[in-house]
Design a binder for this molecule. Structure first.
Ligand code: ZN
Length: 330
């Protein structure tokens, strides 16, 4: 396969704190010999594992970039054994445009792995992570949030994996992150995900969904900040005492956890995030908006649990996920 067009201005093998870029040549109308400059920090001190920390895999999710821009500025080299690679805004063009996908090629970075060195800008970013950054890492954290169209209770997540020893390490890392909720996440659409790429490489991988709605709150940003530090301590890279708070474990036993709208309309949530539901309860109602006198469509929980995710904007389209119900365990 041809080499990646991306070059790093940092040296991943060098000790110390480096701030630089992943430079991706991008010739365009306003810069014939221009480049996409993706910020990267490398903090490396002696022997130890490597953590690869990313935010804004989707460009409109902000807890990750906030936590990671802070971390890159604040980490004390003397408190570290090993290496931390920080990419606060993985799909940088999407982050700068405040959109989920790239404004350059409409690429959804979390659906194009393993990517292509001769593909679109988004595919070139994926390929660089696939072949250059993931192989360096022992622990991989990708911080997601709901973005402009979803909102979640704040959770860290691991997946059911064929290798149970690997799954146990991922679950331990997810629990170490210590978000208010810890989720065994059943993906709707896992083809081309960064998650799958990291897991198939045998890495300890965890992700999150922290808040949403296209911004971050002080509370959700703080969950990300604490979680990253807790994870680095768990991995043996950062010296310190974890800041642990109460947390609830959640499971998604089947696709029945997802409730999707079958019509366009005005969304009326009947319960809010974190509230308990019983099977058969009305979770949301979609009103036709063309005239009065139309009966709304009720969407009911298909299992007992708590509301962990919802569609954020007030209007829905057919096929939109309007609610996610997960089951407390333990
Ligand atoms: Zn995301």
């Amino acid at each position: 396969m041809r080499p990646s067009p991306i070059s790093a201005t940092v040296d991943f093998d060098k000790r110390g704190v480096q701030h630089g870029f992943l430079k991706l040549p991008y010739s365009r109308d306003d810069s014939a010999w221009g480049a996409v400059m993706i910020p990267v920090a490398v903090i490396s001190n002696g022997k130890g594992p490597t953590a690869l920390l990313t935010g804004a895999n989707h460009g409109d999710e902000y807890e990750g970039p906030i936590a990671l821009f802070n971390l890159a500025n604040e980490l004390d080299l003397a408190a570290i054994s090993g290496r931390i690679i920080v990419v606060p805004a993985m799909n940088y063009p999407a982050f700068r445009a405040a959109t989920r996908t790239s404004p350059i090629d409409k690429g959804n970075l979390n659906r194009v792995f393993p990517g292509r060195p001769d593909g679109t800008v988004t595919e070139k970013i994926a390929d660089y992570f696939q072949r250059h950054l993931l192989p360096l890492a022992d622990v991989v954290l990708d911080i997601h949030s709901g973005g402009k169209t979803l909102q979640f209770v704040p959770f860290a997540a691991a997946h059911v994996l064929p290798d149970k020893a690997q799954q146990a390490k991922c679950v331990a890392a997810m629990q170490a992150f210590n978000a208010p909720y810890g989720m065994m996440l059943l993906e709707l659409d896992s083809v081309g995900m960064y998650d799958s790429a990291a897991e198939e490489m045998g890495k300890i991988f965890l992700s999150t969904e922290l808040g949403g709605g296209g911004s971050a709150t002080a509370a959700t940003a703080d969950i990300a900040r604490r979680g990253v530090r807790n994870l680095l301590i768990h991995a043996g890279i950062l010296v310190g005492t974890p800041d642990r708070r109460p947390s609830m474990d959640l499971d998604m036993p089947s696709a029945d956890c997802y409730i999707a709208s079958e019509s366009a309309g005005l969304l009326e949530m009947r319960i809010d995030l974190a509230a308990a539901v019983r099977k058969g309860d009305i979770v949301a109602r979609v009103h036709g908006y063309d005239r009065t006198g139309l009966a709304p469509t009720d969407y009911r929980a298909k299992l007992d649990g708590i509301l962990t995710g919802r569609h954020f904007p007030g209007l829905v389209q057919p096929g939109d996920t309007i609610a996610v119900v997960a089951v407390p365990v333990g």
